[in-house]
Write a protein that binds this ligand. Structure first.
Ligand SMILES: [Cu+2]
Length: 149
């Protein structure tokens, strides 16, 4: 009886060691920067959780300039997510940046030449329109359609 019990303890210990070794191997293969801490099998789990949280809270920045009469922005085809539109008025009249679509209707303040303002919005896949609400600027060209996928 005693001998059997001792044997099973040894077996469990051996299996645990093998499992830890396999986990360490996976961690090393997945990310070489973890090489300094291969013994901690929970490092991989913690890293994964942190990445998920970062993904949910990530805010991307989209610089946009406005002028008479139009907008310059980095891309009109972007991935869904949360964006801060950093709007700079580089023209000589007052402008704003409105963004509308998919139930969203938000925007910056109307700002004067040389001023900046920003608006942070969460964009779902769909089509949105950026436009200026001042005077007839939208009709004169301050209108850009962006596609979110
Ligand atoms: Cu304008």
């Amino acid at each position: 009886m005693n001998a059997t019990h001792r044997m099973s303890v040894v077996q469990r210990t051996t299996m645990r060691a093998v499992a830890l070794g396999a986990a360490a191997g996976l961690a090393l293969g997945g990310c070489s920067s973890e090489a300094g801490t291969p013994l901690d099998s929970e490092v991989g789990t913690d890293t994964e959780e942190t990445t998920t949280v970062d993904g949910d809270e990530e805010v991307m920045t989209m610089p946009v300039t406005g002028f008479e009469f139009g907008y310059d922005l980095g891309s009109t085809e972007i991935a869904a997510g949360t964006y801060t539109f950093d709007f700079s008025n580089v023209g000589s009249m007052q402008h704003d940046l409105r963004i509308e679509g998919e139930g969203l209707d938000d925007g910056t303040a109307v700002i004067g030449p040389g001023e900046t303002d920003s608006v942070t919005v969460t964009l779902e896949p769909g089509t949105y329109t950026i436009y200026c609400s001042v005077g007839n600027h939208r009709a004169q060209g301050m209108e850009v359609e962006i596609t979110v996928s």
